[in-house]
Design a protein around this ligand. Sequence first.
Ligand code: C5P
Length: 193
Amino acid sequence: MRFTVAIDGPAAAGKGTISRAVADRFGFAHLDTGALYRAVGVKGGDPVDAARGLTPEDLARADLRTLEAGQAASRVAVIPEVRQALLDFQRGFARREGGAVLDGRDIGTVICPEAEVKLFVTASPEVRAHRRWLEVGGDERQVLAEVRERDARDMNRADAPLRPAADAMVLDTSEMTIEEAVAAAVAQIERLR
Ligand code: C5P
């Protein structure tokens, strides 16, 4: 059985939490595609070479979840050759036997336009910054500024900008609990399965 769930949206909207819950619930494999860009961003050196030579060890680094890694990821993510180098791996993962959930920025629009289910998970910048701040701490206004900066870079780049696919279901989680957001995603998958 091949079945792809594409989950896109801006930073800290709840994509990761929803993706893991959905993968668990349906027994699908999960790929956090942001981790690929984070690993390229923190590896240093030439980003195109880093993307072409990405290893499992790169993806297991302890520092991938930091704010700095997120910023570094969004800077290398504007480079078309970096995106191209990561394309085949993501497409192969999406069509693996047994079903797959991929979360990122361009899964429904570029990586898997044929995905059976497309969700665009979003929330207000303030809510997203607050959630990220609960994870990383520090100055909440600084976290909000970084969220806005990363949104702008992801939405305004020429190659694969962040936007909902025409046939994506938009899920605004600003006023939702995690349980409600997961339930909405599960219901949509059940409808389309
Ligand atoms: O989702 P996450 O916050 O880990 O992504 C880090 C950065 O990687 C994003 O801000 C974005 O610039 C880039 N990214 C991307 N395309 C994806 C996933 C992530 O451009 N599919």
